[in-house]
Design a protein around this ligand. Structure first.
Ligand SMILES: [Cu+2]
Length: 151
């Protein structure tokens, strides 16, 4: 009888520990330049990441109102609509239409020497969907974009 009770306790302990083992924050670093470019053309996030933390660094010197950059994540199919509708939103709104639900995650617009971070859960992403990251500063998304792969 005693043995059975010990086994029952052990299996309960295992069940509890595996429930907490799932959290995994995956970090991504990307830089923007004064030449209207990102230093990465593609970002891949593994399927076992539960959260993604993206840190954008502006490695240039130009101010946010001249050569500002942000990092925006959306379905590739939504990119051009988000970028064109965001142009009129202005710098205080990070050149994104207020409450745009097509935006999955984004940092604020930053200027030379600054850094911005955004963290989001991968539960917002679907495996097999085509995602892109881009900068929504007016005119930048044609140059400043890349593929975002999950899974
Ligand atoms: Cu930009």
């Amino acid at each position: 009888m005693k043995t059975i009770r010990i086994i029952a306790c052990l299996s309960l302990a295992f069940a509890a520990s595996s429930a907490f083992a799932a959290d995994k924050v995956c970090k991504v670093d990307i830089a923007g330049t004064d030449m209207m470019s990102f230093d990465k053309k593609e970002i891949s996030v593994a399927a076992d990441c539960t959260e993604v933390e993206v840190t954008l660094k502006h490695a240039g010197k130009l101010a946010a109102n001249q050569m500002g950059h942000n990092w925006v994540l959306a379905k590739t199919a939504d990119l051009s609509a988000i970028a064109s509708e965001g142009m009129g939103a202005g710098l205080p709104n990070d050149y994104l239409k207020k409450g745009d639900t097509r935006v999955i995650a984004h940092t604020k617009i930053i200027g030379g020497g600054q850094t911005a971070t955004v963290k989001f859960p991968t539960s917002a992403l679907k495996k097999g969907e085509a995602y892109s990251f881009f900068c929504s500063f007016p005119g930048h998304s044609t140059m400043m974009k890349g593929a975002f792969k999950f899974g």
